[in-house]
Design a protein around this ligand. Structure first.
Ligand code: ATR
Length: 291
């Protein structure tokens, strides 16, 4: 197995990390360790807690210790995009980065969240996304990460609502498809019909503050997706089920799939994900935070 060229010290296993705040409960170290075992690739992968103010310094310190790649999670995805010297096309479109690669003395950014979500929905859950009238709730880093991939996957019209309306407008503008993407006020959400796919990309449930949502938003046979997993995903998915959604999917599968895509970027091999997903799902009662 040849190492990627950005790995500089051949005597050490390459160092990777997930950087977030909070990050202590992140499953990413376990996922990447499992992928490493499965593929026979030696690696170190740790969790680094950094407040927004400390994010850039924490990343510098990690690079100084030999860090060659990192996942970026809440609340740093937009901040990470801003400090990269190069962005993949999908990270550029998202304006958010979840995967960093060290190249020389610089960080390059990618975003594997969207492709991870689409892969989980279409391949693991067998959903056909094409033509689905879609409601995206939230316009922060998580929403930005998944919106381009959902459009690419062939959904129908995309409506975006957000507590702060300007951010919904900005995301809709950035997506650049005005005939297909429609920002709306959260207060008006009850008046825009029903949806075949509803994606909760807010961090509101982590604060037990899910915005009030009318059951009429859920079309017959709709799928509802919360990008979080564990306890924080429960209120939204319970609402969706009660409103008649046929599928209620949490973000655990997306987490595993985005990790596999990051692994592919770093190591040149895409690991098999089903066994890791099944293992984490078995221990679902231990899942308490989003990643
Ligand atoms: P993330 O990476 O999780 O997207 P973020 O960029 O801080 O993190 O975005 C959080 C999202 O959750 C935003 O859409 C935010 O709405 P605002 O743009 O108005 O801040 C949304 N959110 C967070 N707490 C919320 C709450 N209590 N009610 C409604 N929306 C909330």
């Amino acid at each position: 197995m040849t190492r990627p060229e950005h790995v500089t010290d051949p005597s050490q296993p390459p160092r990777y990390a997930v950087i977030g705040h909070p990050v202590a409960h992140s499953l990413s170290p376990r996922i990447h360790a499992a992928f490493g075992r499965q593929t026979g690739i030696a690696l170190e992968y740790v969790a680094i807690d950094a407040t927004p103010e400390r994010f850039a310094d924490a990343l510098d310190a990690f690079a100084a210790r030999g860090g060659v790649g990192a996942n970026v999670t809440l609340p740093h995805k937009a901040r990470a995009a801003a400090l990269c010297t190069a962005l993949s096309e999908r990270a550029q479109r998202a304006g958010a980065v979840n995967t960093l690669l060290r190249v020389g003395n610089e960080w390059h950014g990618d975003n594997t969240d969207g492709v991870g979500l689409v892969r989980d929905l279409t391949e693991r859950h067998g959903l056909d996304l094409r033509g689905r009238r879609t409601l995206l709730i939230g316009a922060g880093g998580a929403a930005r990460g998944v919106a381009p991939a959902l459009l690419d996957a062939g959904i129908g019209d995309l409506y975006i609502v957000n507590r702060t309306a300007e951010r919904a407008d900005a995301l809709a503008d950035a997506l650049g498809q005005p005939g297909r993407v429609h920002p709306r006020y959260l207060d008006d959400v009850g008046a825009i019909g029903s949806f075949d796919l509803i994606v909760n990309a807010t961090s509101a449930s982590r604060d037990a503050a899910l915005p009030p949502l009318a059951g009429t938003l859920v079309a017959p046979r709709a799928a509802a997706v919360d990008l979080s997993y564990g306890e924080v995903a429960i209120p939204f998915l319970a609402w969706a089920r009660a409103a008649g959604a046929r599928e209620a999917v949490d973000g655990l599968g997306m987490l595993v799939e985005q990790a596999a895509e990051s692994f592919l970027r770093w190591h040149g091999v895409r690991p098999e994900t089903d066994a890791v997903y099944a293992l984490l799902r078995e221990r679902d009662d231990t899942l308490v935070t989003a990643d």
